[in-house]
Design a protein around this ligand. Structure first.
Ligand SMILES: [Zn+2]
Ligand SMILES: [Zn+2]
Ligand SMILES: [Zn+2]
Length: 776
């Protein structure tokens, strides 16, 4: 079509009070009075979109008059104006009711999807995509990790530097093709390429980098692989010496490594897969699923030492798929290449410097990773999906609250470990991808960028309210305070376990005035009294909560050192019932194993237990730590959660027995207290008379039973029908199971997390809803 002289197009986004105030009819009459064509439409983000085409002079008048003559109750906060060439698609000006397509694009950031079966067939077959890892279609492939901004068009992604070749363009434009309007695909002629680098970063001559990498892996090399959301370290999972070498180089003695395996069938060679677990593994998000190791598990022992479970995922990109096919064995270790307190590496430069001395080779590609995103981790407990980490394939995630915060924007900054951030806007809470342990500036920066990305997408300028944890030592709290001072936005400090309970309520659709008896079993959280809480039952609403039950508080000799040397906690529990000399006698034999400096250290620990200023804890994590030492399962924590995970693994091998073990409770000034001193001492008395694995089973069962029983009593007392279960220890299969069972038996309604992690990945969500309830 011939372009007429003077014809232009203006695209407007108007934000402010522009809906429900007669704004669209106003725009309509103004546009038609100027003889302009186009439409005006409401957007899901409460703004208005206008496209007007016509004579440039008329357009300029329209733009000038628009803010001046608007309806008196309306308000324009922001007007984005974009000039362009006319489309000539309109013959009149119309008010259009809704724009489904635009609304959905503007409201939801699309997540990454694992490679689909049709693409697998093409990549592994004799097609023009054969052997090429970077293709995808409208049903699969990268999204979030390559998006710079919305709308989701190729120009706004890191594929913008790879223009389509004619054949790809034909597929893209053909409505009957499954690559029609798909943004992330390419072919060997036009798309990204793989390169294999040696340890110094020099390219290795190779006809096919994947075949070479697979060969090197079979020979025992450690290879850093750039994938979708960051770098992994890959090594042959069936070879003990390769896996041990990786552990040695990474200085990670015990932390379980995730496995990638080509198919469900291959996984069944080393792990048990239920139908539900198979569905999770095959789902488009392709998460890591924690599976039970099979009895004849042929993986190297050091893949997941001391555990009876293993985290497994299927290939989710063409790179992984082709690499595993070429490797020809059933399993590769595929573990995040970053250190726990560092963000995932996303570019060659940082990988080459941070993995110096660790990786022998690097399998890299030239598609930029825009948003880093770790693998998601899921466990199935009694058929329920439980998130251990929610990230790739699910993030950013959206939760619709049962209420709106109006035009306010509330930012929840979470806690410290396994953190993320949540942005509460209108009636939606948007949660970022998993950030990791925000105890260093680098991870804090990563979090700031992840927040910025969502702010930019939704045009959020600054948080009106900021929510954070109460712990004064947290970097996230200090950042929240700085931000609050800088922006003049009020700060809401939310108690850690209250945030857990509130997140659980929001996730389960409980209204603003709802109340729940919430079991919060956790590692640690800063309590209202300054002590470390974590074995709690709260009667909680959104605005406030009452602490109604908790584990007996015990001193933490040496503070945080207790978390690393769990025998310190054992000494603390024992010394509450026994004299120092009796505790010394009990632990003497293993003193050098339990304590770095042997019996002398134990004496000091016992002295520290008596100090009145000693920090106290009610954490279930610390109790399980002590019991793991008592049963000789683990006496040094080398990764977060190790002692309880090992204890659980032992317990899962045991079963019900005649062991009489009960976690008793008493009521003191209206508060239920679980008698952990008697419990730990009883375990110590009984442990040599029974099989250790049955002891471990009895421990878990009695803890679960006691919490469930008290929660039911409290529900009766408070007239509350619903009981909640949350906290990091809620992922413990046996405790989770016995709590559920007992609550069902008592005919109470139980709510659990289905879409957010039980652990601290739900804290930012909880903070944002607590803050919202306090300002409404
Ligand atoms: Zn596909
Ligand atoms: Zn192409
Ligand atoms: Zn927590």
């Amino acid at each position: 079509m011939v372009q007429l002289m003077g014809m232009r197009r203006v695209h407007l986004y108007i934000r402010g009070l522009v809906q429900g105030v007669g704004f669209r009819p106003y725009v309509y009459s103004l546009a038609t009075s100027k003889g302009l064509c186009g439409f005006v439409s409401n957007l899901a983000d409460a703004g208005v979109e206008v496209i007007v085409e016509g004579d440039e002079t008329a357009l300029r008048e329209f733009l000038e008059e628009l803010p001046k003559k608007r309806p008196s109750v309306s308000r324009i906060d922001e007007m984005e104006v974009e000039w362009g060439a006319p489309s000539y698609a309109f013959s009149s000006f119309e008010i259009s009711d809704s724009q489904e397509r635009r609304i959905s694009v503007r409201s939801v950031i699309p997540v990454d999807l694992g490679i689909c079966d049709l693409c697998v067939t093409e990549i592994t077959g004799n097609t023009r995509y054969g052997g090429y890892p970077f293709t995808s279609c409208a049903q699969c492939g990268p999204r979030f990790t390559m998006i710079r901004k919305l709308p989701y068009d190729r120009v706004n992604t890191s594929m913008d530097v790879f223009p389509f070749c004619p054949e790809c363009l034909r597929e893209y434009l053909d409505p009957k093709n499954r690559r029609y309007d798909a943004q992330g695909f390419a072919c060997p002629l036009c798309g990204p390429k793989l390169t294999l680098l040696d340890a110094s970063g020099e390219a290795v001559e190779s006809k096919d980098p994947i075949i070479s990498a697979a060969r090197l892996l079979s020979e025992g090399s450690i290879i850093a692989v750039k994938g979708l959301g960051g770098f992994h370290l890959a090594v042959n999972a069936l070879d003990e010496s390769s896996v041990s070498e990786l552990r040695k180089r990474r200085r990670r003695p015990n932390q379980p490594f995730a496995i990638m395996s080509p198919s469900i069938e291959e996984i069944t060679r080393f792990a048990e897969v239920s139908e539900g677990e198979a569905q999770l593994l095959l789902s488009p998000a392709r998460p890591i699923v924690v599976l039970k190791k099979s009895d004849n598990c042929n993986l190297a022992d050091s893949v997941a030492p001391g555990l009876n479970s293993i985290g497994v995922m299927l290939p989710y990109t063409g790179i992984h798929l082709l690499l595993l096919r070429a490797f020809r064995r059933e399993a590769l270790v595929m573990t995040s290449a970053n250190y726990p307190s560092k963000p995932m590496m996303i570019d060659e430069r940082s990988a080459l410097s941070e993995l110096k001395g660790v990786a022998d080779y690097y399998l890299v590609h030239n598609r930029e990773i825009v948003n880093r995103c770790d693998d998601s981790v899921i466990k199935s407990i009694g058929g329920d999906r439980v998130f251990l980490r929610k990230s790739r394939g699910y993030s950013p995630s959206y939760l619709r609250a049962g209420w709106s915060v109006g035009d306010k924007y509330i930012l929840g900054l979470g806690g410290e470990l396994n953190n993320n951030a949540s942005l509460f806007v209108k009636d939606q809470i948007i949660t970022t991808q998993h950030i990791g342990d925000v105890d260093e500036l680098e991870t804090l920066d990563f979090m700031k960028n992840a927040i910025k990305f969502i702010e930019k997408t939704y045009d959020l300028r600054k948080p009106d309210v900021i929510a954070c944890d109460m712990n004064p030592a947290f970097l996230t709290r200090r950042y929240a305070e700085e931000l609050s001072a800088e922006l003049g936005s009020p700060l809401v400090r939310v108690q850690h376990h209250h945030a857990h309970a509130a997140a659980l309520m929001a996730e389960n659709g409980i209204g603003l005035d709802g109340e729940v008896v919430s079991i919060v079993i956790d590692g640690t959280g800063y309590g209202l009294d300054g002590n470390s809480w974590g074995g709690e039952i709260l009667v909680a609403g959104y605005r406030d909560f009452k602490r109604a039950a908790h584990l007996e508080p015990h001193p933490m000799p040496g503070g945080d050192a207790c978390a690393y040397y769990p025998a310190r906690m054992l000494a603390s529990f024992l010394s509450s019932k026994l004299s120092d000399s009796d505790v010394e006698k009990l632990l003497e034999k293993d003193a050098t194993k339990y304590f770095k400096h042997g019996i002398e250290e134990l004496k000091l620990v016992l002295k520290q237990c008596k100090e009145t200023r000693s920090l106290k804890t009610t954490s279930l994590g610390r109790l399980l730590d002590a019991l793991a030492v008592a049963l000789d399962v683990c006496w040094l924590r080398t990764y977060e959660g190790e002692p309880p995970m090992r204890l659980e693994s032992l317990a899962l091998r045991g079963g019900p027995s005649e062991i009489k073990l009960e976690l008793e409770y008493r009521k003191e000034n209206g508060m239920y207290i679980f008698d952990t001193s008697s419990f730990v001492n009883a375990v110590f008395d009984l442990k040599n008379s029974y099989d250790r694995k049955d002891m471990a089973f009895a421990i878990h069962k009695s803890i679960g039973d006691a919490f469930a029983e008290v929660a039911c009593l409290l529900a009766e007392e408070c007239g509350v029908q619903t009981i909640g279960l949350t906290g990091g220890a809620a992922v413990n299969t046996l405790i989770n199971h016995s709590i559920k069972e007992k609550i069902m038996k008592n005919n109470k309604k139980l709510i659990i997390h289905k879409n957010y992690p039980c652990g601290d990945g739900c804290v930012s969500l909880g903070q944002s809803v607590v803050a919202s309830s306090r300002i409404l």
